[in-house]
Design a protein around this ligand. Sequence first.
Ligand code: DP6
Length: 388
Amino acid sequence: MVVYRSSTTAPVNIAVVKYWGKRDPKLNLPTNSSLSVTLSQDDLRTLTTASASEAYTEDVLLLNGAPSDLTGARTQACLRELRTRRAALEDKNPSLPKLAHLKLLLVSENNFPTAAGLASSAAGFAAFVRAIADLYELPASPTELSLIARQGSGSACRSLFGGYVAWRAGDKADGLDSQAVEVAPASHWPQMRALILVVSAAKKGVSSTSGMQQTVATSGLFQQRIATVVPANMDLMEQSIADRDFAKFAEVTMRDSNSFHATCADTYPPIFYMNDVSRAAIRAVETINQAAGKTVAAYTFDAGPNAVIYYLEENSEAVLGTFYPLLQSVDGWKQSTNFKSTVQLDETISSTLKGGVSRVIMTGVGEGPQKTDVYLVSEEGKPLSTSS
Ligand code: DP6
């Protein structure tokens, strides 16, 4: 029996102006625009093969080797939209193979350990949508596909592009203008680096989906964030990227992360994603910037304690030279890392970081989804693994 296959990779993105809040939970429409940097797939990516065959009896998703639920409303919304578009193509052109009604086998793997505690839903949903769109040969641009991926997970819509990506909130009730666009390709500012300090959380915190709903419902500060803080930050951020102005980029990144976490603290009951280790990372970045006499590093935190530190390649010594001596025993440093300490951190900050950072990820700005001929489904329609 014929097995149709298509494979793609998709990247992780880390926002510098955060998405936090839904104005329509069903269509997954946000209360505000957001902007992110796509990270290199050499270090962090999801690989997904979508396949369709008469032989399949149900839709199946295997994620890192384990069966995963496809029945959730958001996944079903993505599948429905993709199948509807394929069916429309088949109606127009009867010579096309009839794929829209076939069941799908989707096999997906991340190239980073799940234990890293990085939210992989953005890369996951972006790869899911891109792989099926490619399988169906949909003539859809990344922006059109972002409308579909958004319904899987908001931040996923930004992972359909490389480089610097905005998700325009839009204001239509049907959400057709709530989509991702490229602000600048990675090649516009390729010197952007990111050091991720993976901080082990004692227990799993509030999920972003539920956390943001609680914030929208209870925080007064949040109203100010969406009315004035974010619109101003979006403008400043886009300008700083256009000008390749790191100091401005960094200040807006840090202020926006602080603003987002302030609305979490203003949620009732309050939500705390950062912990002592996160706060030590903030102090370390401040110390690095003070010692440099200018802003060379910027921290940002999502819905968890991990620190993402953006810096430019030319300032690697100042940033890596501060963290490497402290954290050289943890996994993730690249071979070429041999920086000497340039900045003396306060004793409490050093020991908190040493005790709380479990691994690092060294990466930088990167490209969007890439079609590949590495398949996780065999020609016979059986799941494969890249690691076996
Ligand atoms: C803090 O995209 O995970 O990372 O749309 O409910 O799936 P859902 O939320 P999700 O939220 C991400 C929130 C964030 C900020 C960001 O990535 O912009």
